[in-house]
Design a protein around this ligand. Structure first.
Ligand code: FCB
Length: 437
């Protein structure tokens, strides 16, 4: 479709909407109503998330976590200032997650206070002109659910469906976008590529008081349990997802529902073609096809991984990497958005993308290149509805603790004071003009 719009002082026209006028920069507009947001996840920012399965793992002897989450960013109490900051910066969306362990701390007991808390968060967004994109589960499970066996338990689709139904009854009128599950394919990706989450391989004991060991709850033994992500196959996770989707649809049919997938840009290294093909199928495309019945698919990507005959080939020494040791490869965004659109055949929402670095200029450069790739996808007709940057706040990055900084805003670990980084202002400007200059 031909278009002509005025962005700032530069006239733009043509299919791509892009123009290069001598002496001026290129301006790339995004579609009207495009959502510009930042993302967080409850356990990584809220703090005091004591009833989640990960909490005792973080404190267990020989923990795989470099440090416990503790008070995190105290976002549970400070969300009004965080959402106000996001809106002032120019963002139009906020992706955050609900903590199942707060909402249903015991099986079948739903905390009205916790549900009201999340309702206030959503109202706070809406009052600031920010569209909430709400994740119903971002990795952490209630301890009792972990005790039942987590996602591997036969009860998990029904349990998650009941939770989704109660949440939607409480929040449905203020909801518009829901991500049921965050990266349910992560374990399949790890299994097929050997690419591990950050922090793995650098494990130290958590610095808790000597001898600290949580006794576990509901049969949940933290010494035998790994992350909320017990290896679960696509059939099981699809059943969990569909159960939630049906529950949401029957209560609030206007809500757009999808799941978000970990889409590392997998590429074959010499001799690795058959392994790469299998990894892509079992780790990604099998999951993307589940999205065909959904309203959208959430794409989450940071980097690429080269797959050789024995699995992931680590980047050579001279290749620039992030704090996570992932290659700095912003082209991953355009590549995986195309893959997602091709296999899921539904609109794409970028639900995570970003760079772990203490060099904020590098974060801006990475994000600019990633967005250029995204704009090219849109030019080519891919239906992309929004971009949520990972992440709003420097936060608890799972096994790696607080040492890894993906945030647009830093957080003082003692006072919780927020400091806006230049990257937040830069991306906020992109958001408020709906264009990349
Ligand atoms: C993704 C997770 C998110 C964050 C980023 C860096 O896999 O969904 O919580 O940790 O990685």
């Amino acid at each position: 479709m031909e278009s002509s719009r005025r962005v700032g002082i530069v006239e733009i026209s043509g299919k791509s909407g892009r123009v290069r006028t001598p002496g001026t920069e290129t301006v790339t507009p995004f579609p009207d109503g495009f959502l510009w947001g930042a993302a967080t996840a409850g356990h990584q920012v809220e703090g005091g998330n004591v009833n989640a399965d990960l909490w005792p793992l973080e404190w267990a002897e020989n923990s795989t976590f470099n440090e416990p989450s503790g008070d995190a960013c105290d976002h549970y109490h400070r969300y009004p200032e965080d959402i106000a900051m996001l809106a002032e910066l120019g963002f139009t969306a906020y992706r955050f997650s609900l903590e199942w362990s707060r909402i249903e701390p015991e099986p079948g007991y739903f905390s009205r206070a916790a549900l009201d808390h999340y309702r206030r968060m959503m109202e706070c967004c809406l009052n600031s002109g920010v569209t909430p994109v709400v994740t119903y589960n971002h990795f952490t499970l209630p301890r009792w659910m972990a005790g039942e066996g987590g996602w591997a338990a036969d009860s998990s689709p029904e349990r998650f469906g009941i939770y989704a139904s109660r949440v939607t009854e409480h929040l449905g009128d203020v909801l518009s976008w829901v991500c049921t599950l965050n990266e349910p394919n992560l374990m399949a990706m790890l299994a097929t590529t050997g690419v591990l989450a950050m922090g793995a391989g650098e494990r130290q004991s958590a610095p808790g008081p000597p001898g600290t060991r949580s006794p576990g709850v509901g049969g949940f033994d933290p010494t035998r349990y790994r992350m909320g992500l017990i290896a679960a196959d696509v059939e099981r996770m699809a059943a969990v997802h569909r159960s939630a989707r049906e529950a949401i649809g029957s209560v609030a049919p206007h809500v757009k529902v999808g799941w978000t997938l970990a889409l590392i840009d997998l590429q074959p290294a010499p001799g690795g073609e058959s392994r790469w093909k299998a990894a892509r199928e079992r780790g990604q495309t099998d999951w993307l096809t589940v999205s065909r019945d959904d309203d959208f698919v959430g794409v989450q990507t940071y980097s690429r991984s080269l797959i050789g005959p024995d699995g992931n080939v680590p980047p050579p020494e001279e290749v620039p990497t992030m704090q996570t040791r992932w290659e700095v490869y912003p082209e991953a965004l355009g590549h995986t958005v195309r893959l997602a659109a091709e296999h899921a055949q539904v609109p794409v929402l970028v639900t995570e993308n970003g760079m772990a670095t203490d060099d904020d200029e590098a974060r801006i450069a990475y994000t600019r290149r990633a967005l250029e790739g995204l704009a090219d996808c849109i030019d080519d007709g891919v239906d992309v509805r929004g971009y949520m940057h990972w992440t709003l706040l420097d936060n608890f990055e799972w096994n790696a603790g607080y040492s890894i900084t993906f945030g647009l805003v830093s957080v003082d670990r003692e006072t919780f004071a927020r400091t806006v980084k230049p990257s937040a202002r830069w991306l906020g400007q992109v958001a408020s003009t709906n264009a990349l200059e």
